[in-house]
Ligand binder design. Sequence first.
Ligand code: ACO
Length: 327
Amino acid sequence: MQAVKILSTGSYLPPKVLTNFDLEKMVDTTDEWIRTRTGISERHIVEEGVFTSDLAFEAAKIALANAGLKASDIDMIIVATASPDNMYPSTACWVQKKFNIPGIPAFDISAACSGFVYGLSVAASFIESGKYKHILLCGAEVMSKVVNWKDRETCILFGDGAGACIVTKSEDGSSGIISSYLGADGTLGDLLIQPAGGTRMPASHETVDKNLHSVHMEGQEVFKHAVRTMASTGERVLKEAGMTADDVDIYIPHQANMRIVEAACKRVKIPMSKTYSIIHKYGNVPAASIPLTIDDAIRANKIKRGDIVLMTAFGAGFTWGGMVLKW
Ligand code: ACO
């Protein structure tokens, strides 16, 4: 077991709520279609002038307070996001500026919905190296700025929000990461992509007119890969931990669609009663989905120290990752 633990968590949702009924007035959809096909009833979205780093900063302040730490105690900042403030500087650097703690390393992780699991693996390695003591890891998204609000197949899925945690050494070894696994398959990158804005397709009048700066997705293909990979990742990390689904106290999946979670649970043989979900109220909040869910579960007394927690994620890239932790 890696003697690395999540010391504390925090989360932040922008106050404005967009319900399925609001979406009925914007695109050709219904509350019933969205709920039955995705499990989503509402999502939070930012007001103008609020950025991904603002949400990450708010969540991070709560995680710090819950750890009883000051900003000056942070040794490194990692932000996992698919909707960064800018291409550069990184969103992590904007968070650093808000805390006014220059000097320490700060960088983003680009692994879409798998970003938090990737970030936690990276943070755990740095903690294990002994060089860093407290790493601030955030998953933060403002997807409302990168979806096409005229595309009913994607705009109904996403929400804004941030989750944060402080990663540190488990001094007494009572909690830690029992197994972890990361994977990716760049050959399938075109199935879920924000086509324009990078060097492949720099911004132009044409890219704006064709809405190429927003999420483009082959929904059914992504769905199939997500189910298969979330399940195989869960099975793999459980096997590496020397455990079965029966040993899991709580399953925290990435939540893109409740039907993906249900299908993955069935394959891994984890009952839905052991699964904690927030998708109905927050939608798919890519890299923020898992940390928001963990924080919500802690506040609902559904995770306590000593519990066996399974996490799995899948997202654009494609990327995926899983972990078994003793909380
Ligand atoms: N309202 C009403 N009807 C709709 C809507 C909508 N919002 N969206 C699509 N439809 C219609 C389609 O046009 C289609 O109509 P047709 O039969 O007349 O052609 C019908 O509903 C069925 O469409 P499907 O695409 O088959 O619907 P499906 O059940 O596959 O659900 C969805 C679509 C929700 C997008 C699903 O495929 C999905 O969740 N995919 C995976 C999403 C995901 O995992 N994303 C990854 C994370 S994002 C990241 O990593 C950044």
